[in-house]
Design a protein around this ligand. Structure first.
Ligand code: ADP
Ligand code: MG
Length: 290
């Protein structure tokens, strides 16, 4: 497999991706043209790396995430997973993709079916993707909950019966149950209280270190991206305008837009890394279940 600029093995690679939302019928000329949401985006994600995708609301981050997880198909461009064409992971079913790549989204309530227990929704993933034996589903679900510091009693709870932080942990557990190599986290802490944000971020960093996960961490929050990312890609109006190691981008941004984006927030702590460049830093707070 090829390596990216950090010397890590590349697990996910996108080249020149383009995507336009097609317009439906509209009386307004501007809406008839559609919206060119992703414009020539190229990026790589290395093994065990967190790539922060930073950009203002509406710049195309979630659309790019939808392309990278196969929910939408690009109009042009190419994607490779573990050096194989992305489409190999979608056919004949998405099972292969589900085993290597999972998504954690912002809306924890919307991510779960309100009528089914958390346990049912975790084990359902195993059933849908034919992973393991039915007799071991419950144990695997408990194991996934344990990995995110949630008790097994969560299995019988409904989504509305647990807190937002617990629900995000449960969503991460559901993503982990297929033992993926890559997590696409789209604003995973944006809907959470600040204290709970820190706990969920620490959890993601711990999981990365334990499992060697590669994480695309999408956020509009400059400070959060700085805390968690090894490298950063800055997105503006559908384009990636700057990519580089986090400290380099934050200390001397090459692109004027990046400089403006970073100047808009007070200076915060950065990804501190006493144990070396690949080690996960601790952020604020404790890792108690929230
Ligand atoms: P971000 O995640 O960075 O906030 P999105 O990827 O959600 O941005 O949206 C990028 C642009 O595409 C926005 O201008 C948004 O209004 C538009 N967009 C998003 N979803 C759709 C859709 N389903 N149909 C048409 N336009 C959309
Ligand atoms: Mg979004």
């Amino acid at each position: 497999m090829s390596s990216n600029t950090t010397g890590r093995t590349t697990v996910l690679e996108a080249s020149e991706l383009d995507f336009t939302y097609r317009a439906g019928f509209s009386l307004f000329a501007s809406r008839r043209e559609g919206h060119h949401a992703v414009r020539g985006v190229s990026l790589t994600l290395g093994q065990g790396e967190t790539l922060g995708l930073l950009g203002e609301s509406g710049c195309g981050k979630s659309t790019l995430s939808a392309l990278l997880c196969g929910d939408r198909r690009p109009d042009s461009g190419a994607m490779r997973l573990f050096s194989e064409p992305f489409d190999n992971f979608l056919k004949p079913s998405r099972r292969r993709l589900a085993r290597v790549l999972q998504v954690v989204a912002q809306d924890t309530l919307g991510a779960f079916d309100p009528r089914q227990t958390i346990g049912r929704q975790i084990t359902e993933v195993l059933a849908i993707h034919s992973i393991g034996q039915r007799s071991e589903y419950r144990d695997r679900a408990i194991e996934a909950l344990r990995a995110v510091a949630l008790p097994s009693s969560m299995l019988d709870r409904y989504p509305h019966q647990i807190s937002g932080g617990q629900r995000q942990r449960a969503a991460i557990a559901r993503a982990l149950v297929t033992e993926p190599k890559i997590l696409l986290c789209d604003e995973p802490v944006s809907a959470l209280d600040v204290s709970v944000q820190a706990q969920v971020l620490n959890l993601l960093l711990d999981l990365q270190q334990q499992r060697g996960l590669s994480i695309l961490f999408i956020s509009h929050d400059v400070r959060v991206v700085r805390h968690v990312s090894h490298r950063v890609a800055v997105m503006q109006m559908g384009r990636v305008v700057e990519t580089g190691p986090t400290e380099q981008v934050f200390s001397s941004p090459a692109n004027p837009y990046t400089a403006k984006l970073l100047a808009a927030v007070p200076k915060g702590r950065r990804r501190s890394n006493p144990a070396g460049a690949n080690a996960a830093p601790r952020i604020l707070g404790e890792n108690a279940a929230c």
